[in-house]
Design a protein around this ligand. Sequence first.
Ligand SMILES: Cc1cc2nc3c(=O)[nH]c(=O)nc-3n(C[C@H](O)[C@H](O)[C@H](O)COP(=O)(O)OP(=O)(O)OC[C@H]3O[C@@H](n4cnc5c(N)ncnc54)[C@H](O)[C@@H]3O)c2cc1C
Length: 497
Amino acid sequence: MSVMPDVNTNSAHPDRHHPDRHQVVVIGSGFGGLFGTKALRKADVDVTMIARTTHHLFQPLLYQVATGILSEGEIAPPTREVLSKQDNATVLLGDVQSIDLANRTVTHHVLGREAVTPYDSLIVAAGAGQSYFGNDQFAEFAPGMKSIDDALELRGRIFGAFELAENLAAKGENVEHLLTFVVVGAGPTGVEMAGQIAELAHRTLKRDFRFINTKHARVILLDAAPQVLPPFGAKLGAKTKETLEELGVEVQLGAMVTDVDERGLAVQDKDGTKRRIEAVTKMWAAGVQASPLSRTLAEQSGATLDRAGRIGVNPDLTLPGYPEVFVVGDMIALNNLPGVAQVAIQGAKYAAKEIQGRIKGKAPQAPFKYFDKGSMATISRFDAVAMVGKLRITGLIAWLMWLGVHLIYLTGFKNQVTALLHWTVTFLSNDRSERVATEQQIFARAALQRIPGGASELVSAPGTGAVDRRAELEAIAAEEARLTDSGERGQVSDRTA
Ligand SMILES: Cc1cc2nc3c(=O)[nH]c(=O)nc-3n(C[C@H](O)[C@H](O)[C@H](O)COP(=O)(O)OP(=O)(O)OC[C@H]3O[C@@H](n4cnc5c(N)ncnc54)[C@H](O)[C@@H]3O)c2cc1C
């Protein structure tokens, strides 16, 4: 049974857990976590999903939130709502910080509160974060694209750069550094971001400003690799580069970023030339690093870790020496599987099936086999590249395929309908409905990082302060009621007279 501190026992459901039932803990509410939990809906188990966000995130569309096409809610439905009809599933918010393999427990924290949850079976699907290849200091100036916070911060930075440029241009100052946007990493995310910023600058915003010409904005996509979209092969890579250049994106290949600061970045070209690009808005889409939980698991089990921190698992996705622990999705290194949604979804379903099979006394399944359904990336509206089996598709047909697939996989009918409406607005009229950018979105991450204990520092420690605060709130409410009842409001009091 879960140990949950600070729970109001009057409203808690004491009968939610069945201690005699098989307890499955799932870490993560991404593709692996959500699909794994759903796959257990008919199983005779209790499932506790623990994740550090309250939503399931459809990462492939983050770039559309960052560039004002979709709202964050459309790509991030509340996990609790998605699973509300699944009676055997409980959702807990929390950052899992340790897994005790010997005692079969998972410990998570939320705002300084700790909870320990025992398990009989564990599915770890904590995904991957951005990698700055050992230069984490770059993150402050070049946010990655892994979370809703990242996308909103980037949205604020992109639209904010145009606003600042308009201000400075009105005073006759140089605004080139504000109208230069650099995307580091020419994989699918980098390509999609660069294409969308170019469309935004060259089409959407072109009539909105008076002192700047947004059509002159520079969008630079750079990568140390010699081609765009390496996993899509040379032909589709070349085609994508050509289309991006037609859109006005400067594609700089063989260019390695050596430093990033507030005003720009230092680059070294393949021939050794060093140069600097002045650009206030930078975005990092260059590398991934598996969740640190893979290290926790490796230290206890002796499993291997690769350079991206991914853990070596058995062919049945279990942790070596711990058959009750499955690891799926972006965290694993197995047979060169790519870090894509389908690997996480299929892996999680496989793990769920194995857990059910064991409970029913069935023989183990054959080793996990990934079925590649294809890959695609959009370049701009009406233009995409797709790879399905041996087929290589480009242009409008690939874009329509992209549209269909993303619509099908977006979780929830509500989100599918609203996303379709937003796409209609954007693709047919060039307008974007989600252009709100606030100061908090742009600066809150940096501010929180400067507080030593992060957000936990901003709330009372568990069990402290609540009594005093309650008394204070009750006194305020009583005084408010007294003022109303006695008709004293609006009267000049002795004190202020
Ligand atoms: C910008 C972007 C675009 C992409 N585009 C595509 C695409 O077009 N097609 C495609 O197939 N794939 C794409 N991917 C990759 C795809 O999203 C991932 O492969 C997939 O999300 C992996 O699923 P996962 O379950 O392993 O991890 P995730 O989906 O990342 O989920 C990880 C979950 O674990 C939680 N978590 C992490 N650490 C902890 C912790 N310590 N405690 C508690 N919870 C934790 C997270 O909050 C999250 O809920 C893209 C990825 C990104 C970032």
